[in-house]
Write a protein that binds this ligand. Structure first.
Ligand code: UDX
Length: 448
């Protein structure tokens, strides 16, 4: 099938590439000429495992093209995806200006029937606004063309996006017209083998499904962080509690890892946006507000642990902290809403210096913070330890999982580790003569 995709960001690029991989003819369109030129030469603006070779192979095969020519893309697509950004407004609601600009572009160029697909995460009711915008633009030029607007949210995880796209656990299609559902079923048929993955529903339910999925996952994380904070007070170990509850299939093992708070491009933004939608419709989002508040507090928790160890903030002045991890999670270079950003600011404000290493996010960190005397970007985890007083681990990259604690004991002047993702066993660290602070490890460090 012939597919056009507006937006070559994270979602658009991965979706377009996977659709080309299964044989569709895909044209990706973006307003950023430099990005389009780069993609045509195989320069991928994001790090995502498996994406680069797939982009190159499909581009070489002629099934995946990149352009800034919106008219050409609209003319090409029997299915036209909107996959542009929906950044948060000042009040946390999703800013729809880019989505609606694409709707106007589609209305300006549409000549033959098409199914327009909302792929961006958009508030309930957006498909209606997209439909009205296209209809108005068509009417403005006196054209009459049949089109449908469908909601088809993505559930891609950064770091596993290609895999998630090629092997989705569900394909949610929200449409008011059965013909449009059929068109998307044909499009996704190569991903819908062995058992039925398509869940079709009305447009608004599909739009709400996306927010509900992310808000539920964020809720699980904040819940566990709350339990971790209680564990610290009462002298229990949240890691034991996690193991004690996860085997109940009603709870499950996923997303019950306490840590330094959730970040990324989805959870913080989507929890806030759903709360705003809820308020706008006269419902007080009590639980969603609490999920966000717990996460905000949790992002400052590692620093609280440091204050606890050092006594007060003045003791951090002039110290050097080795920081392992910067990205909001492993296998990505994404720093959006990363907990590391909060910690860096807190350490700098306290007058500490940071020697940081992340396997992928060094460029991004340099872009965000520029050159500063209190930030040294290191080439390896090992190098970050040079001259450091303490170690903080904030992203659970595999390569940070089993360090030589004896060696760390010799290297860290203050002999202390702050483990923001509970990668280590307190006993192992303490056996090497180091002090250990994890999240919710109230058995080894009780914070009452
Ligand atoms: C998320 C959803 O998982 C995905 O389905 C949706 O399409 C987009 O949002 P992503 O933002 O890529 O994906 O990351 P995810 O792996 O879900 O992690 C989000 C954050 O939660 C990370 O900061 C991670 O460290 C944190 N997290 C996750 C925890 O703190 N504890 C957990 O148990 C799981």
């Amino acid at each position: 099938m012939r597919v056009a995709i507006f937006g070559t960001g994270y979602v658009g690029l991965v979706t377009g590439t996977c659709l080309a991989e299964v044989g569709h003819e895909v044209v990706c369109v973006d307003i950023d000429q430099a990005k389009v030129d780069g993609l045509g030469k195989g320069v991928i603006p994001i790090y995502e495992p498996g994406l680069e070779p797939m982009v190159k192979a499909n581009h070489a095969a002629g099934r995946l093209r990149f352009t800034t020519d919106a008219a050409q893309a609209v003319a090409h697509g029997e299915v036209i995806f909107i996959a542009v950004g929906t950044p948060p407004d000042e009040d946390g609601s999703a800013d729809l200006q880019y989505v609606l600009a694409v709707a106007r572009t589609i209305g300006t160029h549409l000549q033959k029937p098409a199914v327009v697909v909302d792929k961006s995460t958009v508030p309930v009711g957006t498909a209606d606004r997209v439909r009205e915008t296209i209809a108005r633009t068509l009417a403005g030029r006196g054209a009459q063309v049949k089109f449908d607007v469908v909601s088809n949210p993505e559930f891609l995880k950064e770091g596993a996006a290609v895999e998630d796209c090629m092997r989705p656990d569900r394909i949610v299609i929200g449409a008011d017209n059965p013909e449009a559902v059929e068109t998307l079923r044909r499009l996704y048929a190569p991903f819908n083998r062995n058992h039925e993955r398509v869940v079709s529903m009305d447009v608004r339910s599909a739009e709400l499904t996306k927010y509900a999925a992310n808000a539920m996952l964020a809720t699980k994380i904040s819940f566990m962080n709350e339990i971790a904070n209680i564990a610290e007070k009462v002298g229990a170990d949240v890691e034991m509690v996690r193991k004690g509850i996860g085997s109940d299939p009603r709870i499950g093992w996923h997303f019950i890892y306490p840590g330094a708070g959730y970040g990324g491009s989805c959870f913080p933004k989507d929890v806030q946006a759903l709360a705003r939608t809820s308020q706008q419709h006269g419902h007080a989002p009590t639980l969603l507000d609490a999920v966000e508040a717990v996460n905000e507090r949790q992002k400052g928790h590692l620093f609280e642990l440091m204050l606890r160890h050092y006594g007060d903030v003045s003791a951090l002045r002039g110290r050097t902290v080795a920081l392992w991890g910067l990205a909001f999670k492993p296998n990505t270079d994404d720093m959006r809403e990363a907990s590391s950003r909060r910690l860096l600011q807190q350490l700098w404000e306290a007058g500490a210096k940071v020697r940081a290493f992340d396997p992928e996010a060094m460029e991004e960190t340099r872009r965000i913070f520029g050159e500063r005397t209190d930030l040294v970007l290191c080439d390896s985890a090992e190098e970050a330890l040079q001259g450091a007083d303490a170690l903080v681990v904030i992203t659970e990259w595999k390569q940070f999982r089993s360090p030589d604690f004896d060696e760390l004991g010799r290297r860290l002047a203050d002999a202390v580790i702050f483990d923001g993702r509970n990668l280590y066993e307190p006993d192992d660290v303490e056996a090497a003569g180091l002090a250990y602070y994890g999240i919710g490890r109230g058995r080894s460090i009780r914070l009452d």
